[in-house]
Structure formats: C-alpha cells, structure tokens
Ligand binder design. Structure first.
Ligand code: AMP
Ligand code: MG
Length: 535
C-alpha cells in the first residue's frame, strides 16, 4: 500500500497491549551503549533505535496489521510511521537486541547477535496471541561488530515481500508488517569486489511469536554459562511451547528430549515445504534457524527456476554450495545436531537427543513423501512410486524444466491421453529439448498409467495438485523488477506483488504474466540469479 494521508486512528494504536516477557524474565547486559562488545551471561542488551531523517511508509501487510488489531488509519498515522522507522517508541515498548552465536558455513563463529535488528516488544493481540515486533535496519547495537546496523531498500523489500508470500503459501515463517524507507543512504559493496555504492536505506518491521534461534542457546553452551542457558531454555519452553511444558515445574531430561524432538519435527516440516515449492534459503547458518521452525532471516534466498538441486542464489556460497537446494534437509539436520550439543549441557543423559535427530529424519521423509504425492496428484504413496520420482528429478534437471510451471501444468495432463507439449514448453534449453523430449514423453506415459490406477475424479486430483503446486511464487526476477522500480521512486510494484502473492494457488488469469518463465535478461543479472549476503 502506498502511503496516503488519513486521520490517525489513535484508538487502535493505544489499544496495543505489550507484555515484554523476554526483557522482564531474562538477564540483561548491564551496559546500555551501542559500542560493539562481547556481552557475557546476558540474553540481551537494552538499545534504542537510532532515528532516521525522512521516513516514508512504502508498503504494509493488511493481514499482519489486522492480526495486531491495527486498521488502515492506524497504519497511516504519523505516530505509527515514526514507530516503524525507529524514531519514537509507543507506550509499552522496551527495545532490545538479543545476544546469540552461531555456526556459519560449518564453523563456530562465536558471538553474533542482533547486529541490525532491534526488538520493540511483545504484543498480545485480541485473541491472546503473542507477536514480537522487530525492526530490521534500525541502527547499531552492541552486536553490530564493524557494520552499520542498517539495511538497504533492495534487501528490505525482498524480506518484506517474501515473508508474506511464504505465509500465504502456507509455509511457517516470520512475518512482515511494514516496509519504510529512511531517506538516508547506506553504503554497500554488493559483491564484495571493491565497488561500494550508496544505496537507499530501509527498515522492515518483522513480526513473529518468537525470534529465538538455535544460536541463542549455542552461545551460552560455548561459554559454559550453564545457568543462563538453563534460564533461557526454561523461559523458551514456558513462553513458546506452553503445551509441551504444561505440568512441569522445571527442566528434566524427558522434557528437554520432547522439546528437542518437537523443534526437530517443526524444522523438518518447514524444510519439506521449502523443497515442495523450490525455495532456497541461501544462508542456513545456525543463527538463522528459528526455534519455532519458522523461515527466518530472508537474505540471499531464491526460487528454483530450471530445476537444479545444486543451485544456490548466494554468491558467497558459490564455491562449496553448502546451502544449495538439494542440501537443505541434510543441513537442517546438521544444525539440529549443533542445537543438541548446546542443550546436552543441561542433561544427565544427553545421548537420548539422538532420538530427536531421528525424529527429524522420520518427520522429514514422511512430510516429503506426502507432499510429493500431493504434487503428483497421487491418492497415496505406494510401493514403486519411488521409481517415478527417481526418473523425474534427473529429467527435470537435464531438460532444464521450470519447477513451478512444470508441476502446475502437470495438473492439466489428461491421464487418458498424456501430451508432453505444455510441459516441454517450460524448458529453458535452447535446443528445443533434443533427446530429452522422448524421455519426457516416456515418463509422462508411466505417470499417466500410475494416475489411472487411482481411478479418481479429475476435479478431485486437480484440487489436490493445485493446493500443492503454487502458480505464483516470488521469482527472483519479479522481486528485482519491484526493486528497480522502487529505487527509481515508483513503489506500485511492491503492492502489486503483495496482492498476487496473497493467492499463490489461485489461477488469477489477469496476472498470468507473473507466472511466466524467467525471461532471458534475468538469467545472469545481479539480484535475479546472483545475490550476496551484503544487504
Ligand atoms: P546474516 O548473515 O544476515 O544472518 O547476519 C549475520 C550476523 O551479522 C548477524 O548477527 C547480523 O545481525 C549481523 N549483520 C549483518 N548485517 C549487518 C549490518 N549491516 N549491521 C550490523 N550487523 C549486521
Ligand atoms: Mg541472521
């Protein structure tokens, strides 16, 4: 939504109920400056957002606002704009930056923390749900190290849109309330190659029931600060997993194991969804893994276009491809192992956590099979179906078929008379499929035969497949087009994409062009096929 002048509805802003449990119950860093430093035995530092020169509301999510009880007038009020820009605090806000560590690209990186995220407080909405508000890009904190605590428009816009797009796809994620540009410049060397440039600054207000990450636990275990580790674990269980911890009055091995298994299952479900829609997170470091199994920290993420398990959008990871599409389940499990090592310090018999890792493997396989059956429109997975998949994936890769379009168009295949033409047209190959055309036709025959075995009504299968295969995803080039326009001062495309991504499984024939294959110009363009951690 483009900012307009409306009468501020102070009523709905004043109604926001804050209950800042994290700040109230956990140990704080006694120092209050933003000077970079190591912070010991504390879960967070008090810090004020740094005001910006000329904030402007570029976009906001109506669904997220409604969840918080905020109407359009409240979102467009001067008070709200200032709060979303970090220029003022609303009554009840107690800003802080959390201390956490993490394993980055497979190695322990020590203290990281909210270097450019400042939480404002926890809102309890009218339904009793807890939502923490966090500004990303609101200025330096003790965890900023040598960086500036700011964020650029391109990365903020990508985080804003993708958070909401993922939510509407039915994928667990942190949310986004607003996107504000700051009217200030931020200098970034996008590809770390000695070409720094001034870019427009922006702030996203993201929202989640909890922003606690695996790394919040790892930092205390790494420093043998076991008392704080225990406090944080007990706090997280009570605040974020109340059902699990009901009936317990303290931590026990059994409780930690059931908690860890729950985290493992949530993580498995999240990654299975990523794989279903072709999402590549890009930086699956343990500081970017949510304890609630939410997709968090949208940076150099991307969406598969031509199906390629080795693909990663992140140029920083181009050498090893640790975080490419096909590795995501394995990496999630590795990250859970890091969390298990941290929680082990709280247990008498930590080896039982192995069961939690097994819970990840089991949940992931189950979810992946169920989702694959849905993508293919099979009533249920049955013996022999692995063969169908074992042939399909290499074919998708070699024939360079667009993952999203392929699965969506598969819905229209008539099992009585399967025709590969519409599927073949999703290929990015210039040679018109050459030898892969025959393989595709053969696979389709086998698939059609399998579908005939189910003997279900076409409309039933179609509903199942459409619900598993989105037509609209936030393709990298679509986000980049919105960025290019926004950089030139035209914010209309943000709103348009937000509208379309609200109903990703619907046909929306009026927006057909947004479901198109990646255009040629985007295949080697920064922001479309190449992204970096610089944001
Ligand atoms: P990321 O790779 O975005 O997950 O960031 C890793 C760590 O670097 C986190 O602790 C961030 O808070 C921090 N960080 C990233 N960019 C900045 C920045 N511009 N200013 C301060 N800290 C940053
Ligand atoms: Mg991060």
């Amino acid at each position: 939504m483009v900012a307009m002048h409306c009468n501020p509805d102070r009523h709905s802003l004043a109604n926001l109920q804050f209950d800042n449990a994290f700040v109230r119950e956990l140990p704080a860093d006694p120092e209050r400056s933003s000077d970079p430093r190591y912070v010991f035995a504390s879960c967070y530092s008090h810090i004020q957002p740094e005001p910006v020169a000329a904030p402007k509301l570029l976009a906001w999510s109506p669904e997220m606002a409604a969840e918080l009880g905020l109407d359009a007038a409240a979102m467009h009020s001067e008070e709200m704009l200032e709060a979303l820009a970090g220029n003022r605090l609303l009554p009840g806000m107690q800003p802080f930056a959390a201390c956490y560590g993490g394993h980055q690209f497979g190695s322990w990186a020590g203290q990281l923390g909210d270097g450019r995220a400042i939480s404002l407080g926890e809102i309890i909405n009218a339904q009793g749900r807890r939502w923490e508000l966090q500004l990303k890009g609101a200025g330096p904190t003790p965890y900023s190290r040598t960086a500036d605590g700011r964020a650029v428009l391109r990365s903020s816009l990508r985080e804003f849109l993708c958070s909401e797009a993922m939510h509407h796809l039915g994928i667990p994620t942190t949310r986004a309330l607003s996107l504000v540009c700051t009217g200030e410049q931020v200098v970034r060397d996008m590809f770390y190659d000695g070409h720094p440039e001034a870019e427009q600054g922006a702030i996203t207000c993201r929202v989640a029931p909890s922003f606690i990450r695996f790394g919040n636990f790892e930092i205390f275990a790494s420093r043998s600060e076991h008392e704080v580790l225990r406090e944080l674990a007990w706090f997280t269980l009570r605040r974020d997993f109340p059902d699990l911890c009901a009936g317990n009055d303290k931590l026990s091995d059994e409780l930690i194991l059931s908690w860890f298994s729950d985290i493992a299952k949530r993580t498995a479900n999240m990654v299975a969804h990523w794989m279903r829609v072709g999402f590549v997170h890009g930086v699956m470091n343990t500081d970017n893994m949510s304890i609630l199994g939410l997709t968090i920290d949208y940076g150099p993420y991307g969406w598969l276009e031509n199906f390629d398990p080795d693909w990663t959008p992140n140029t920083t990871d181009a050498g090893t491809r640790r975080y490419c599409y096909g590795q995501q389940p394995r990496i999630a499990q590795w990250n859970l192992m890091c969390l298990a090592k941290a929680l082990a310090a709280l247990m008498q018999a930590p080896e039982t956590l192995e069961q939690g890792l097994q819970a990840f493997a089991d949940s992931y396989s189950q979810a992946a099979l169920r989702m694959t059956a849905d993508k293919l429109g099979l009533a249920q997975w049955q013996a022999g179906d692995e063969q169908l998949i074992a042939t399909l994936y290499p074919l998708l890769q070699q024939a360079e078929l667009d993952m999203t379009l392929f699965f969506r168009r598969l819905t229209d295949v008539d099992p009585q008379q399967p025709d590969a033409a519409a599927l073949a047209a999703t290929s990015y190959r210039e040679d018109g499929l050459a030898q892969h055309g025959t393989a595709l036709q053969q696979w389709l025959q086998d698939y059609a035969q399998r579908r005939r075995q189910d003997a279900r009504e076409h409309h039933q299968v179609r509903t199942q497949m459409h619900a598993a295969n989105p037509k609209y995803v936030l393709r990298n080039y679509l986000a980049q087009q919105a960025i290019d326009k926004a950089t030139a001062g035209d914010y209309s495309e943000i709103d348009k994409l937000l509208q379309i991504m609200r109903k990703p499984y619907d046909e929306q024939p009026e927006h057909e062009s947004y479901a198109a294959k990646r255009p040629d110009w985007a295949s080697n363009k920064a922001g479309c096929s190449m992204l970096s951690c610089s944001s």
